[in-house]
Design a protein around this ligand. Structure first.
Ligand SMILES: [Zn+2]
Length: 274
């Protein structure tokens, strides 16, 4: 699933293609992709609007429009946004195309159809209560320590909670916990001050590396031009199936389910007691 580095890459690479353009028409191949408003209103309100900006909050993309509303997208499990010539034939996983007046189209590709779009004046009503942005200056080790102090859930689940911190998901949580040498089932509040500091640094490092490497191309992630990211080839534990050894100590990595998602870790480098 696209996480902060993937969505940030999409935002960065789409920006020069779309800002200043107008939406000439919209085609939906699957109406369920629009959550709000009705499909009819979505077509009529979007058509003719200019795109004045694009930003990211957590895993959401926010397209600011001339009409004082925003088009919001969430790619969920398997979504990608591709920029193609407007004449490009849509392949079978394209669920929507937003045509622009520079004769390109924004193609929303989504094999599993979990991705969603909203059109809203108040972005907060769609995005809801998200935690701090982990790469912003106001997210500090002190803030992380404060937010962890009453969390009894496994630290892996806490990091993936979008209300705790925005944008981290399964892959980058596994990578950060490995880098910080913290077992994924440790409770949030059990972390020592040193461990919180290590975790904070690890979060910064894995997310920034993910952005530098243009995201991880697992599960159908493509960059807007159709290229793959390379962040997954730098992963040390995330998504490594079957018989892989810890890159630090050569112990076989283990996989356990936490909140229905596989968590990969090294039982020796990440002991269950801190
Ligand atoms: Zn190890």
């Amino acid at each position: 699933m696209p996480e902060l580095p993937e969505v940030e890459t999409i935002k960065n690479e789409l920006l020069p293609h779309i800002v200043g353009q107008h939406i000439t028409s919209v085609t939906l191949f699957w109406d369920g992709i629009v959550r709000q408003p009705s499909v009819e209103e979505f077509y009529s309100r979007l058509t003719g609007q200019g795109i004045v900006g694009l930003s990211r909050r957590g895993k959401y993309l926010i397209f600011n429009l001339t009409g004082d509303e925003a088009l919001i997208m969430h790619l969920r499990m398997t979504g990608s946004l591709l920029i193609k010539p407007a004449s490009a034939e849509p392949e079978k996983f394209i669920r929507a195309i937003i045509y622009l007046d520079n004769e390109t189209g924004l193609y929303f590709r989504d094999p599993r159809k979990f991705g969603r779009m909203w059109l809203a004046e108040d972005t907060g009503s769609v995005i809801g209560r998200l935690g701090p942005e982990p790469l912003e200056a106001d997210f500090t080790p002190e803030v992380l320590a404060q937010r962890l102090h009453d969390r009894s859930a496994p630290i892996k689940a806490v990091l993936c909670d979008q209300g705790f911190v925005a944008g981290i998901g399964n892959m980058y949580a596994d990578e950060a916990l490995f880098a910080a040498k913290i077992h994924p089932l440790r409770s949030g509040k059990s972390l020592s001050r040193d461990e919180v500091e290590h975790l904070y640094s690890a979060i910064q490092q894995v997310l920034r590396a993910g952005i530098v490497n243009k995201g991880a191309s697992v599960a159908n992630y493509f960059r807007p031009g159709g290229e793959l990211g390379t962040a997954h080839s730098h992963f040390r534990v995330a998504h490594l199936l079957g018989g892989k050894l810890c890159p630090v100590c050569d112990t076989p990595l283990e996989r356990i389910p936490i909140r229905h998602r596989g968590s990969y870790f090294c039982p020796k480098c990440q002991p269950s007691q801190g």
